[in-house]
Write a protein that binds this ligand. Structure first.
Ligand SMILES: C[S@@+](CC[C@H](N)C(=O)[O-])C[C@H]1O[C@@H](n2cnc3c(N)ncnc32)[C@H](O)[C@@H]1O
Ligand code: SF4
Length: 382
């Protein structure tokens, strides 16, 4: 008998330049083709070794993320996709997403990625004015991003666009106009992320020096509300805190794997995985540096350096944190280890306040609740 269906996340860690706000597992692309070729081969070996662990499973999504996987040789992306499709059983509507940066050089290769089996592009537009892009340290201008979106809309059946808001100096009026412009780019999925100042980044250091001033909390909250209103008015429904889709089919099947607590294989430097093995949910994490990852695969077959079975409490906490992000919430049955039921005093109190929806089967945050998600999860996790 085969185990539960799974998604696959593959991390490609190289970037042309490192953005000052980013704390993902990224490395400057110094054009070391031999190392990159070795990394691609290590990822292929890792996939085969993890297939031996999972046994036969249905595969519902592949996500090539980064870093900047659009810098990868499209033939290599094709090899990874082909390998995954043959190791597991691809769903008829298998979603294959590639994260891409919108430079002219990368847009010229979108068609080759589509040919390689990518059917959804997640494009990092971030902003639609040159001044903001420069301050975000991006290596593309607004016109370049507009051209890339047009090329992507023609090359792929599905397109998602990432934006960053709550940038220093941004007004609700300017953000409203920028959102309208982003909508016109032709994507059926938009992910506007509020700028987070991550510890250890160049932006973090600039905030400490006083040379970068993020908007105050109330303005950031207003910008979040503007986002919900403008996108909802244009038919982009907020099915998750920062993810909006025009219609159910446009939702990210891969990200829903995370938010619904389903299984996924993680491969590539620093990738995380969650696998149900012999009835227990395992958390895996790969070596972060490309050279370490390659060496670990050569030594042990797999790329992960940790493989921990989660306790029922840890698994339930994860379900709470990810499940409350989506409007569908999380079944109470999956939160039993936390003692959460509709009758739990904290749940009942938050329901009275209109932050949790009255639902006997699922714990669901209301739109007001999702505005203060950290507060909600803080009160429910203890
Ligand atoms: C890991 S990046 C990969 C995408 C691609 N390399 C790019 O930069 O366009 C995924 C997305 O995370 C978002 N992101 C990264 N750091 C962020 C931060 N500090 N605050 C808000 N959003 C962030 C950006 O919108 C970005 O498109
Ligand atoms: S935001 Fe994207 S391009 Fe910039 S460093 Fe992070 S992963 Fe790389």
């Amino acid at each position: 008998m085969s185990g539960p269906a799974l998604g696959l996340y593959v991390h490609w860690p190289y970037c042309a330049r490192i953005c000052p706000y980013c704390d993902f597992n990224v490395f400057r692309d110094r054009g070391k083709r031999a190392e990159q070729l070795a990394l691609k081969d290590a990822i292929l070996a890792d996939l085969a070794a993890q297939r031996a662990l999972t046994g036969p499973r249905d595969l519902t999504s592949i996500f090539l993320g980064g870093g900047t996987p659009s810098l990868m040789d499209p033939d290599w992306a094709g090899e990874i996709i082909t390998a995954a499709r043959s190791l597991w059983t691809p769903a008829p509507d298998l979603e294959v997403t590639l994260e891409a940066n919108p430079t002219d050089a990368e847009a010229a290769r979108y068609a080759a990625f589509a040919q390689a089996g990518v059917n959804r592009l997640s494009l990092g537009v971030q902003a639609l004015d040159d001044d903001s892009l420069k301050r975000l340290g991006r290596d593309h201008g607004a016109d370049e991003a507009r051209r890339a979106a047009a090329t992507a809309a023609a090359a792929f059946p599905r397109l998602s666009i990432d934006l960053i808001y709550a940038r220093p100096g941004q007004t609700p009026e300017a953000w409203t106009a920028e959102l309208a412009e982003a909508i016109a780019l032709g994507a059926e999925h938009l992910s506007p992320y509020q700028l987070t100042i991550e510890a250890g980044t160049a932006f973090d250091r600039a905030v400490r020096r006083g040379t970068l001033v993020p908007p105050p909390e109330d303005l950031a909250a207003t910008l979040f509300e503007v986002t919900q209103e403008v996108l909802e008015a244009h038919g982009f429904h907020a099915y998750e805190v920062s993810n909006h889709a025009r219609g159910e089919a446009a939702r990210s099947r891969h990200n829903l794997v995370y938010w619904r607590g389903l299984d996924y294989v993680g491969a590539g430097p620093g990738a995380h995985g969650r696998l149900t093995l012999d009835g227990a949910r395992h958390a895996t994490e790969a070596a972060a540096r490309p050279a370490d990852y390659i060496a670990h695969v050569a030594e042990t077959g797999v790329g992960f350096i940790t493989d921990e079975p989660l306790s029922p409490l840890e698994a339930a906490e994860e379900r709470l944190l990810s499940g409350l992000r989506i409007e569908d919430g999380v079944p109470f049955a999956e939160l039993a280890a936390l003692g959460l039921t509709p009758a739990h005093p904290e749940v009942a109190h938050l329901t009275e306040l209109g932050l949790i929806a009255p639902d006997p089967l699922r714990l669901r945050a209301t739109p007001q609740g999702r505005l203060i998600l950290d507060h909600l999860t803080g009160r429910l996790a203890t």
